[in-house]
Ligand binder design. Sequence first.
Ligand SMILES: [Zn+2]
Length: 471
Amino acid sequence: MTVRLLDTLTGEQRDLVPLEPGHVRVYSCGPTVYGPAHIGNFRSFLFADLLVRHLRYRGYRVTWVMNITDIDDKIIRGAAASGEGIDELAERWTARFLDDARTLRMTTPDVLPRATRHIPEIVALVSTLLEKGHAYRTDDGSIFFRIASWPAYGQLARLDPTQLRVGERVEADEYAKDDVRDFAIWKGPKPGEPSWETAIGAGRPGWHIECSAMSMKHLGESFDVHTGGVDLIFPHHEDEIAQSEAATGHEFVRTWLHCAHLQMGGEKMAKSTGNIARVEEVLAQGVSARALRYALLAVHYRAPLTYSDESLAAATAAIERLDAALLALAGYREDRSDDPTLPEALEAARTAFGAALDDDLNVSPALAALFDLVRVVNRRIDARAMSTADAARAASVINELDAVLGIGPDGTSESLEPALQAMLDARASAREARDWAASDRLRDELAAAGIVVEDSRDGQRWRRAERVPDG
Ligand SMILES: [Zn+2]
């Protein structure tokens, strides 16, 4: 079992070999918090969630960082329009984003760093770029990255270097995608705009630099996987590579993954065109959050996904099939010998499911493996061909696979790394045996691994500890 991922930069499918053995470090470009995210944004976040869940299922320790852009032109304009401070506005929309993310059962990233809480790191990175001659100042106190100083510029987006128009400057974050120019890494102070007094002068960070500074702070100068939507390839990720590698002198990211657009009514879902649907609006139509999650995950991340009433209806039907099977299994009692063919069927489903996701998160055959298993199990339920214990075994495998997908009826389902699950199981046994010393020791060991265990009347519950308090 090796996870293989298609890297946008090289165009090659490569084996995932973590830079630090057993530990995969993942960075995802997160939301700009000036309004509610739309479900096209969530498609991109949920594919990263699927990646993280699958890697944990495969036994990797994963550190997942997703930034919150809490300072940019749109936030400044939004705050001016609503009469709020930018912090207040960003706070409000960050809370909304996290609400929507929880509703869609997105795993909470281990770190949710905010740009305004990382000014020192950003300033340090800009200083290095200035010292190394990759950046220059302009009269208004802004600092630009000099694309001419970085010959590799354009590789990710496969731009023709002779087509690059170098040296032009823009002051806004919002420039047309087909324009290639020196870009602002630090914006000089302007009346009415927030600004920080720093060693490189007064001003505020540009958008691209925040992702370089925060990913390298929380994951190291080189890390394994960087995700985002295809619209971020250029210029955002191209700029991230240039400024990070120019500053450190080594490879920034091993594997780049980009999620295709969500389409609705034949057009790409985008805030700029107003062709959008938001989580709240979809749920108000009576669609369940699980069906919406399923609809956003059910197509391979690199393929455009059409969002429609039909795709939601198909998602709803799939969820109902899954629920019905789990309900039937939970109530199934049959006093007979075990079905000798069941273990093989369960193992085949598990193998097919894992192999599909190992293959660049190929979700369609993974879903097919899960629903084939549901069919296999339903046939045995109808024929009363399993024992009571068989039914429990089948339910346990369905739940195991669903913990990677997060579409099942158990809202708290999330995959725990197998080694940690084993410790959790051992602790449950220790408690049953009233071996409190062993139970406490295992709780401490789990805590050291970032898993908080709480005991309730229904047994133990676990959650991932929040790691960095600056989020
Ligand atoms: Zn970013």
